[in-house]
Ligand binder design. Structure first.
Ligand SMILES: [Fe+2]
Ligand SMILES: [Fe+2]
Length: 296
């Protein structure tokens, strides 16, 4: 436990995060950076950006509820303190993505209605499965659901978005890279803390594995809704078109796939395979057996 305690202390968090990669940022990006004018002027792109960002807000609100909810069921002080830092990270993610919605023209008073209206029902179901465990004060299931499944998904989605947006939207890309750095820390905690708890509570395995299978299904259904929507290919082409010609971002590659050229189907496949592959590896490391979800 001592090594674990070291790496996830509040002191480490202060040094690496607020005093590190977030220093001098404004809602996660450089001061004075804006959404590209061409995006704001294009109704399809603006609408798609709002709808996509709503999914990020919905996911991060769930992460905020889960990480704060798990503090009181954590069995040790080090985990409680780490989860307190994670709670602030997740609250920040909710804030920066909500701020992006305002930057895209959503009115502050309309925020909750827009989120309720546009949040994908499959993503909402995904979140509910996790929050049921948190509400039951089930620490082991809660941490696996949050720090392995939800954050494993978030991490891969953010990386794909970052790769796709880097040239066309440096402001959003920078917001994403700070978030990715946070998620990497959260996923690391999940793996480091939960392995011994699974070993000590082997009777929990079937239930936690079932939760992973159920959450994975709703995650894949969310991806399917997104990538099988006909507008996604057109959106990608228009985003490409607003990237400055002199951009020094090399060919945007995500796990061997050129995201500027790939079809929506190829993007869905590479994202699905990446996330499920990560689940398999991480669950294996903590002594759980990955369950193949039903395919939507
Ligand atoms: Fe987050
Ligand atoms: Fe997180």
């Amino acid at each position: 436990m001592t090594d674990f305690l070291e790496g996830y202390s509040i002191q480490r968090w202060l040094e690496s995060c607020p005093q590190g990669y977030l220093q001098d940022t404004d809602y996660g990006h450089e001061l004075g950076e804006n959404e590209p004018a061409l995006l704001l002027e294009d109704p399809l792109l603006r609408e798609q950006a709002i709808s996509m960002t709503v999914q990020l807000v919905a996911g991060e609100r769930c992460a905020l509820a889960a990480s704060s909810g798990l503090i009181n069921s954590a069995p040790d002080e080090a985990s409680k303190r780490f989860l307190a830092t994670q709670t602030l990270d997740e609250a920040r993610h909710v804030e920066v993505f909500s701020q992006r919605l305002f930057d895209l023209g959503v009115k502050k008073r309309e925020l909750d209605d827009v989120v309720a209206q546009l949040a994908n029902p499959n993503l909402v179901r995904f979140a509910e499965i996790l929050l049921e465990k948190v509400d039951k004060r089930d620490f082991v299931a809660g941490v696996v659901g949050q720090n392995i499944v939800l954050e494993g998904m978030a991490f891969s989605v953010f990386e794909l978005l970052h790769t796709s947006m880097q040239a066309a939207n440096p402001k959003f890309a920078q917001t994403l890279s700070g978030t990715i750095a946070d998620e990497r820390r959260h996923v690391g905690f999940g793996e480091n803390r939960i392995g011994s708890l699974i070993r000590d509570n082997p009777e929990k395995r079937p239930e936690v594995q079932q939760m992973q299978k159920d959450m994975s299904y709703f995650m894949l259904a969310t991806f399917a809704d997104r990538f099988r929507d006909g507008a996604v290919g057109e959106e990608r082409d228009r985003i490409r078109a607003i990237a400055p010609a002199d951009s020094d971002v090399a060919e945007p590659e995500y796990h061997g796939v050129n995201v500027a050229q790939a079809s929506p189907e190829e993007l869905e496949n590479v994202l699905t395979n990446t996330v499920l592959g990560e689940f398999k590896t991480r669950l294996g490391r903590i002594g759980l057996e990955y369950q193949t979800p039903d395919m939507p």
